[in-house]
Design a protein around this ligand. Sequence first.
Ligand code: HEM
Length: 410
Amino acid sequence: MDLFQPEPADLRSLREDAPVHRDERTGMWLVSRYDDVRAVLADPRRFHPDNALTAVVPIPRPVLRVLARAGFSLPPTLANNGTATHADLRRLVARFLTPARVAAVGPRIAELAAERLDRLSGRVDLHPALARDLPATVLLEVMGIRDVDVDALKAWSTASLELFWGDVTPERQHELARPAAAFHQWLTARIKAADPGGDDLFAALRAQDVPIRDAAGLCYFLLIAGQETTTQLLCAAFHAVLREDGLWSRLGEPGVAAGCVEEVLRRDPPVSTWRRVAAEPVTLSGVAVPAGAPLLLMLAGSGSDPAVFAEPERFCPARPHARRHLAFGFGRHFCLGAGLARLEAEVVLRETARRFPRLRLASADRPPMLGLLSFRAPVSVVVELGDQDDLAGGGAAFQQFVGAGGVGQR
Ligand code: HEM
């Protein structure tokens, strides 16, 4: 099995035959049953998050020097922080992502989607046209961060994902280290220049006297995790829905778009794996795992575990207990952006289907996939748009959406 391009059949045979399996190449212990994955995530005392952001392919010394010269470091802050500082930092970020703030951004997401949809015609790839930079724009606005070159942010963040989660050669690591370091330097400069009395994330970190190095590490993770994942979710969602007969035309019905998003998260989660370290010897599914063992939690496999989800391969937007999946993790480190990601995907799906009701995939072939250890999603979604819908009707639906205060308030 290729850990960077696993097939559903690989995940199934792991779950059935080797639910806790040591991978020879990487030394990681693959944990694939839902109950085990959840138990690990739920127990921060026995399973530490310290390796969450460790480069999958160790970074060689010359490349480390490039990063070190730029002052690059990722100290424990959020996802990789099992220490007492986690709670305060998490609270600080959570202030920007309260349910009320997220719900309030719904109309803006619809507006950003509409601007992009207005420009489309004929045959298009929805990844660059719609999914690529919309989540970054939304995240920056939610965090109050202004004056950012979104194209530069995307270049820095895609390079960083590949550097830390890719199956990369030393030459490629060298190339990727430059944009990763540039991103970190840019963040450090912006945080240093922030006015602690300001209203953005940088200001909040300064106001709370978070050391600059920690603040830069936190922002580095957040500004990548908070938008690349949602881009991936959008691409995965378009593909999944368009492959199901008749589903596209039902996206405007109450609850259908949200149900589809949940099914994509369960069956094709963009964050396909996540890591922990065993702090002491433990037994999982009868297998003894030594202290210090790096664990690779197969989030993707866990969402298709038939012990928890009936007919797991079926895409079923009305599935009961649809939110039981572990696509956003579980427990102390549960994803802070889950509400925002869900809302973005729901609104963008619905707006696109409303504008282009006859849209369809240009090809029935399987799409090329992003093959990183923890991130997996189609890298392109080529579609034929079909005819546009009557825009007057569309405008009314947008008003209705705004009037209802957005979908995030359920
Ligand atoms: C589809 C989109 C997303 C997916 C699938 C996803 C998935 C995850 C996962 C699996 C974790 C680790 C949870 C754990 O260790 O238990 C996580 C953590 C985190 N995510 Fe997300 N995420 C997404 C979007 C976002 C967005 C939009 C934001 C911010 C706006 C965000 C911010 C965070 C943060 C800050 C953490 C660390 C929380 C902590 O350690 O306390 N994520 N996410």
